[in-house]
Design a binder for this molecule. Structure first.
Ligand SMILES: [Fe+2]
Length: 347
C-alpha cells in the first residue's frame, strides 16, 4: 500500500501481469482492517505514510498473522529504519525508485517464504499432535504396567496367606478394620484411606522373603526364626518401592510392627514418630491375629483380644486407635467388615 495513488495502481497492474493478485489499501488503517489470519500472503508497504506509519503497520500486521511476508518500500535516507523493520520481522525492503521487475522478484521470494512458513507451521502442528498422542500412549502403557504389577503384588499376598489356612484373608480383614478405624479417626481424607487400605492389603508382602518353613512352623518360633520374620517389613518396603512412590504406603509397610514405647521393629520408633497410618494398621493387625486361630493356639475370643489391646494402649499400641476399635466392637461394626478392593491403589 502507498499514499501515491498512481504509483500504487501501476504497480498492482504490473504485478497482476506476473500472476500476483493484489488488493490496494490507501492507508495503514485501511490495510489493517482487511487483514485476517491467512487472508493474504504478503504486504507491500511504504515506510512513510500519513497516519499509521509503515513500521507500525508491520508490527500490527504480524500480530494478526505471524507468517505474513511484509516488504517495506523506503527512500534511501530511511535505510536505518528499514533495517530496524527487518529486525522486527519484515521479510525485505525495497529502495525507491524501484522497477517492477525488482518488486516482482522480491515479492515472489516473499511468497515462497510465506509458503514455507505455512508448511513449517502445519508440520509443527502435526508433530505436536503426534507427540501428544505418543505421550498419552506411553503414559497409558506405564499405567497398565503399574496396574498389572499392583495386582500381581496383591495376588502374591493372597497366595502367601493361602499357604496357611490360619492366615487366609488376614490382610483383607486387616484392611477392612483399618478402613473402619480411619473413617472414624480421620474422616474426609479419601487419599489417606486409599493409601492406608493399599498398605494394609500389602503390609506383609515382605514375608515372600522369609523362608517358608519358618512362616509355616507349627509351634512358637525360636529366637533365630523370629529374627528372620522380623525382616519382613523392610523386605516389603523394598519390594514396593519401585512401584509405589506414596510415602504413606511405604511407611506403613516398614513400620507396622513398631511399638509406642520404642520396643518394636525395625527402627524402634517411639510414639508419634510412628506414622499414624502404621499405628492404625498395627492395631488392626494385632486384633485380627489374636482373634484368628493359629496352628499352635485357637482363636482368642474378641473381648479377650480387646482386653489385651486396652492393656497395651499407650505402651504397645496407639491409645486413641485402640479406644476407637473398642467403640467399633461395642457397636457390632467389626462383625461385617467393609469390602476394601475398591480402595486398592494398583500403583
Ligand atoms: Fe507383619
Amino acid at each position: 500500500m502507498d499514499d501515491e495513488v498512481d504509483l500504487v495502481a501501476g504497480l498492482a497492474d504490473g504485478l497482476m501481469l506476473s500472476g500476483i493478485e493484489t488488493d490496494i489499501a490507501h492507508s495503514g488503517e485501511e490495510a489493517l482492517a482487511c487483514l485476517r489470519p491467512g487472508a493474504y500472503d504478503a504486504v507491500l508497504t511504504d515506510l512513510n505514510m500519513p497516519g499509521m506509519s509503515g513500521d507500525e503497520l508491520l508490527s500490527r500486521a504480524l500480530r494478526v498473522d505471524s507468517t505474513l511476508a511484509v516488504i517495506m518500500i523506503t527512500a534511501g535516507s530511511d535505510v536505518t529504519r528499514a533495517v530496524e523493520c527487518l529486525k522486527a520481522g519484515a521479510f525485505d525492503y525495497i529502495l525507491k525508485p524501484f522497477d517492477l521487475e525488482d518488486v516482482t522478484i522480491r515479492l515472489e521470494k516473499a511468497l515462497e517464504r510465506r509458503r514455507l512458513g505455512l508448511l513449517t507451521r502445519a508440520l509443527e502442528a502435526e508433530n505436536e499432535v503426534y507427540r501428544r498422542r505418543l505421550e498419552a500412549r506411553v503414559h497409558e502403557q506405564a499405567e497398565q504396567l503399574r496396574t498389572i504389577f499392583g495386582r500381581t503384588l496383591r495376588s502374591f499376598t493372597q497366595a502367601l496367606e493361602a499357604k496357611d489356612p490360619h492366615t487366609q484373608n488376614h490382610s483383607s480383614r486387616v484392611a477392612g478394620i483399618a478402613l473402619l478405624l480411619a473413617q472414624e479417626l480421620r474422616p474426609g481424607h479419601p487419599e489417606f484411606l486409599r493409601s492406608l487400605v493399599t498398605a494394609a492389603l500389602l503390609h506383609d508382602i515382605g514375608k515372600i522373603g522369609v523362608p517358608e518353613q519358618i512362616l509355616l512352623a507349627p509351634g512358637r518360633l525360636t529366637p533365630q526364626e523370629f529374627e528372620a520374620v522380623k525382616k519382613h517389613p523392610v523386605i516389603g518396603e523394598t519390594i514396593l518401592k519401585p512401584i509405589y512412590s506414596d510415602e504413606t504406603i511405604l511407611r506403613v509397610v516398614r513400620h507396622h510392627h513398631e511399638a509406642m514405647d520404642g520396643s518394636g521393629y525395625p527402627d524402634k520408633l517411639v510414639g508419634e514418630q510412628i506414622p499414624f497410618a502404621a499405628r492404625i494398621v498395627a492395631v488392626a493387625d494385632a486384633y485380627d491375629a489374636m482373634t484368628s486361630a493359629r496352628s499352635y493356639r485357637p482363636a482368642m475370643p474378641r473381648p479377650d483380644a480387646l482386653e489385651i489391646l486396652v492393656r497395651g494402649a499407650g505402651v504397645q499400641w496407639d491409645a486413641e486407635v485402640v479406644l476407637t476399635l473398642q467403640d467399633l466392637a461395642q457397636e457390632g461394626r467389626l462383625d461385617h467388615l467393609p469390602e476394601t478392593d475398591s480402595f486398592f491403589w494398583e500403583g
